[in-house]
Design a protein around this ligand. Structure first.
Ligand SMILES: [Mg+2]
Length: 402
């Protein structure tokens, strides 16, 4: 941990899905664009700022949006395209710090505390990021800069669209004080109503309310947490994607492995374990990371980003194997690992489900792999991970990592 105040950035692409549609189709620029489910029960995923002027909002039923904005251009979502652009934008963020915590395809926290010496203060870095995202991806991103996550996120919201709001050092509590208390994390409608009874309308009011009254209304621990937030105390750290959210398998070998063929066999088995674990928890990720530790303990990692989130053994293996070409496979290796991260955003997954009626059926080879994977899963459940051997392994010396 760096001592002293942190510098945290919150970055949120403006009207992301709708902006991408306007980026790709110039005739849509300046027009109300609404991305949403085409079915009768569909909801709005994103509305351009032109559409918002008519009162159209995310999560509103598409039918209602049509009434509010009959002249709107209604489009089905293209998540593959949004994911690809999102990866490019997050790649720009990672030039400034490895501490990037994605919240969704269009939103992330960055801890740039350690980057200040090289890149200037939070405002300078945010300005550079906004410029780079605009120049390289054609998109507007709003930024908030603060010492803590909560204030950075609220700052972004206040500056939208295309904003940059900085909360001065030491100024978090003063920045929060005039805002409605519902802005705090952990204050839903029920808590808000309870607070209103105490005469608490703003975050500043909350900070001034006696502990005993708050504790009586909300319970001691909730009260303590909210008061700390109201005073600007938010110790939560920016947790980079990989550490927080990856599913992996790795193995330290009994004897060091040397040569591509031996390493590929290890990766194949590890990719299978990762796939099973992902499917067991219903996750699919865009980023496949290969980890290789040499006999002298030098560690290298190589990663690749797939256009489509995957939980498929074969796709994970192929991605890891491709990364093997980028490391020295002739040195003795004591450990390899494969992991998948960059999980499809929850909203994205939910929306995909909603729109499933409109989506084309998956190609037959995908169906085939799905049923193969389901069968392997059942085997692994019954006999344990080590019992499952892919056909690809059956014709070699059978060294499995189970
Ligand atoms: Mg956004």
């Amino acid at each position: 941990m760096t001592a002293g105040p942190r510098t945290i950035l919150h970055l949120d692409l403006d009207a992301f899905y709708a902006s991408v549609e306007q980026l790709d189709e110039p005739s849509l620029r300046g027009r109300p664009v609404i991305v949403g489910g085409p079915s009768r029960r569909g909801v709005v995923c994103a509305a351009s700022y032109e559409a918002r002027r008519f009162g159209v909002r995310s999560a509103m039923p598409t039918a209602q949006a049509r009434k509010l904005c009959p002249q709107g251009v209604f489009l089905p979502p293209r998540f593959d395209r949004y994911s690809a652009l999102s990866e490019r934008v997050f790649g720009i963020y990672r030039r400034y710090t490895p501490l990037v915590e994605p919240l969704s395809l269009d939103e992330a926290f960055l801890d740039v505390t350690a980057s200040r010496a090289l890149h200037g203060g939070g405002r300078d870095i945010a300005t550079a990021l906004k410029r780079a995202v605009r120049a390289e991806c054609g998109l507007a991103v709003s930024a908030g800069v603060a010492e803590v996550k909560l204030a950075a996120k609220i700052a972004t919201d206040l500056g939208k669209p295309d904003g940059l709001v900085e909360v001065p050092e030491g100024g978090v509590a003063a920045f929060l004080a005039p805002l409605p208390v519902g802005r705090l994390w952990g204050v839903g409608p029920v808590t808000e109503a309870a607070l209103r009874k105490l005469g608490v309308a703003t975050i500043g009011d909350l900070g001034r309310t006696p502990d005993t009254a708050l504790a009586a209304a909300l319970g001691a621990s909730h009260a303590r947490g909210l008061r700390a937030l109201a005073l600007g105390e938010d110790p939560r750290e920016v947790v980079p994607d990989e550490a927080a959210k990856s599913v992996g398998a790795e193995e330290t070998f009994g004897e060091d492995l040397t040569g591509r063929a031996a390493l590929e066999r290890a990766l194949l088995a590890q990719a299978g374990r990762v796939g099973r674990r992902l499917r067991a928890v219903g996750l699919a990720g865009h980023v496949v990371t290969l980890k290789v530790k040499y006999a002298d303990f030098t560690l290298v990692t190589r990663r690749t980003t797939l256009a489509e989130a995957t939980d498929d053994d074969r796709a994970i293996f192929e991605a890891a194997r491709a990364q093997l070409a980028r490391v020295d496979a002739e040195r003795p290796v004591r450990l390899t690992g494969v992991s998948v991260s960059g999980f499809a955003d929850e909203a994205e997954r939910g929306q995909l489900d909603l729109f499933q009626g409109a989506a084309p059926p998956p190609p037959p080879e995908v169906e085939k792999r799905r049923s193969l994977n389901a069968a392997l899963d059942a085997l692994a459940r019954r006999f344990g991970d080590g019992a499952v051997t892919r056909a690809d392994l059956a014709d070699d010396d059978g060294r499995e990592d189970g």
